[in-house]
Design a binder for this molecule. Sequence first.
Ligand code: AMP
Length: 375
Amino acid sequence: MIILVINSGSSSLKYQVRDPDTGERLASGLIERIGDSSHGGPSNHAEALDRVTEELEATLQGKPIDAVGHRVVHGGERFSEPVLINNEIIRAIDRLNPLAPLHNPANVQGIRAIAERWPDMPQVAVFDTAFHRTLPEHAWRYAVPDELYKKYGIRRYGFHGTSFEYVTRHAAQMLGLQAADFTGIVAHLGNGASVTAVQGGRSIDTSMGFTPLEGLVMGTRSGDIDPSILLFLLREGYTEQDLDQLLNRESGLKGLTGHNDMRSIEEEGSPAGMLALDIASYRLAKYIGGYHVAVGGAQALVFTAGIGENAWRFRERVVKRLGALGVFIDDAENQKPGGAAREISTEESAFPVLVVPTDEEAAIAEATAAVVLKK
Ligand code: AMP
């Protein structure tokens, strides 16, 4: 099968064409500046799709697409697995918009644009929250009045689920296990970052919460802070928009160093950069310690995504803090360039530390093919 994978954002549309049987990537591209026609961008998602179609005509040379898989950020409490899209499903995703105001409306626009252009094309929604639907209530509840959960759906949802599911499967394979027998900790460290406790192949806790802001120190997001800081700043005259901008776009590595990307920080080696790496690695190591308890003893620690796969200095900082768990890094393996799948711990380590490259588009293509074939 040939699957078009769409990741539709509010002002951009990323796509890849994948053959899920071989893993081959037949085409890929990015349409930017949607809604910014004064700078040459398409005026909406339908026009963005015109550009994708033009690019695909050139690269695929007549090869037909069998189905479209969409990355959908929020599946709320309803969606625990990928689903075939119909009008009712579109309405259900639409109803989740308040939970993901930046992402879900754009995802729906991408789905509608495809439905208008190719009405008979099977479309599948793959949800970023779905893998975390197995969280036990003690992990997803916040200690706030019940009314906030009942009225607004305020609870932990967790994100990066497609990546966690894919990486769990591949880590299990590397260890000679079925995914259902994998118990460990998976750290997805990209521009956005989160860490998940996996027990018997299922997510039982994860660091992102009601939104992707909670948890680890990220490229531009603060991760965990005392919520009273927001109340303090409101009293100081900050607006809701100011706080959103501050915590989602100007904090994290960027707030601490001026750079949001790990590579520049590692290359520059400034004192502020080194402190930022200390803060971020310390935070992650604390989560790993906590999740070791949560899963009843991890059998593996897995690093993935841009930083997890490539930033060996950062991995070293994290693992060096795990001596109390009996986990030790093999410097030579860790420092090998490239993000190839491998074990980077010593033989004495209490459990293996792995690097496992993620591939969310491959995971979406595989899930889409599976749903369409089941139809
Ligand atoms: P992602 O969101 O998964 O694409 O990850 C982006 C992050 O990975 C950015 O912080 C990049 O600086 C970081 N990254 C990518 N390649 C490297 C590298 N070779 N060394 C250090 N960090 C890297």
